[in-house]
Design a binder for this molecule. Structure first.
Ligand SMILES: [Zn+2]
Length: 371
């Protein structure tokens, strides 16, 4: 009994500690349910959509409850975005008109203009709450004519909002943060061959080689009557090369840092192998652990859903923890025989084995009238 009482006491103390802390500071935003994706709206502009993996619904990721999410919506008419665990960085405009970078702080639910430049790289997540990005800026001569574009690397602390320029001399172009480990940051720098390493302040820049892993992976694309992919695992110690899968219509590496030709590829998901050249597909999605190839899982895609491919799209991979989302269309017939198309994402989770579509509101369009 004494033990139980002391346990209750400890629990109460823990709770009071947690709530004290919450009152004194804005806690870190913890996204455990939303996948963010940029989707084209039927009206012709792009909107950031928030896909809820719990409720399985999708609405514009807009902080304004009174907004109609039309052209003037703060998350519509955008050209690109990057989502981190604390913020969404939103780009408007392009290199011809100039680009404005906005930050949507998910903890405070506010959007503000961060910077204006000619162009911005994607916003890369570093250690703790730091993000990194490059901004292009036009340099003008005394006559007011544009002379050249200069690029500088910036670091932002997402909790304090502190923004720091890390470069003194301009760069030749974007700096992409590829990996980091303690005080070694690995970059791809425009105009420089191979990987470059720096310290956390982007000083002491030197060429870098990733240490060789036990396994690396290699894919081949076969072009005979449509595209098919094969994936091989290469044992760097014995030189052995094993076929992991073939006949995949598309595939993506999961849970990897964005290293191209690098070292950290872990499992992969591949879509295949049956294809019907029709609006309704009968595809399967197969998960394979690339190290332990006995761990696989197959999901059947429902008949009314079409997943054109599962390739990773640039930096915004529509992924949240173990949930992987792929663009999909859903087809629906009414009682008169009219055919409608809806848009959304098809989500799979290799850990929980779940698979489900999330269709977004307002995407339903008539594509074929009944005779
Ligand atoms: Zn809106």
């Amino acid at each position: 009994m004494k033990k139980i009482i002391s346990l209750i006491l400890i629990t109460l103390l823990m709770f009071s500690f947690v709530s004290c802390k919450d009152n004194n500071e804005i806690s870190e935003y913890k996204n455990d349910r939303y996948i963010y994706g940029m989707v084209p709206m039927p009206e012709g502009y792009a909107t950031i959509m928030k896909f809820d993996i719990i409720e399985k619904t999708a609405v514009p990721a807009c902080p304004d409850p009174l907004c109609d999410h039309g052209r003037s919506c703060p998350v519509s008419g955008i050209t690109d975005f990057s989502a981190t665990k604390n913020c969404i960085y939103i780009k408007r405009g392009d290199v011809s008109t100039g680009t404005r970078l906005y930050v949507y702080d998910l903890r405070t639910n506010k959007i503000e203009l961060l910077m204006k430049g000619t162009q911005f790289s994607s916003v890369e997540v570093g250690p703790t709450n730091f993000v990194y990005f490059t901004m292009g800026e036009m340099e003008y001569n005394d006559a007011g004519e544009a002379v050249k574009e200069n690029f500088h690397l910036y670091r932002r602390n997402e909790i304090t909002g502190e923004l720091k320029r890390l470069t003194t001399e301009p760069l030749a172009g974007f700096a992409d943060l590829i990996d980091y480990n303690n005080d070694t940051f690995v970059w791809i720098l425009r105009g420089k061959q191979g990987w470059q390493a720096s310290d956390s302040n982007f000083q002491n820049i030197r060429p870098y080689e990733f240490p060789k892993e036990e396994f690396t992976f290699d894919s081949e694309t076969i072009y005979t009557g449509g595209i098919r992919h094969e994936l091989y695992r290469i044992n760097n110690i014995t030189g052995e090369k094993n076929l992991i899968f073939k006949d995949a219509l598309s595939f993506r590496y999961c849970n990897v840092r964005p290293i191209s030709g690098g070292t950290l590829h872990i499992p992969s998901i591949n879509a295949g192998t049956e294809e019907k050249p029709h609006y309704i597909s009968e595809h399967k999605i197969i998960y394979t652990d690339l190290y332990d190839t006995s761990i696989t899982h197959t999901w059947e895609i429902p008949e009314d859903i079409s997943v054109p491919n599962i390739y990773r799209e640039g930096k915004n991979s529509k992924q949240l923890n173990d949930y992987h989302g792929f663009d999909c269309q859903q087809y629906e017939k009414d009682e008169k025989g009219n055919l409608y198309r809806l848009h959304g994402i098809f989500v799979v989770n290799p850990t929980t084995k779940e698979a489900f579509p999330i269709i977004y509101e307002g995407s339903r369009r008539l594509i074929r009238s009944a005779e």
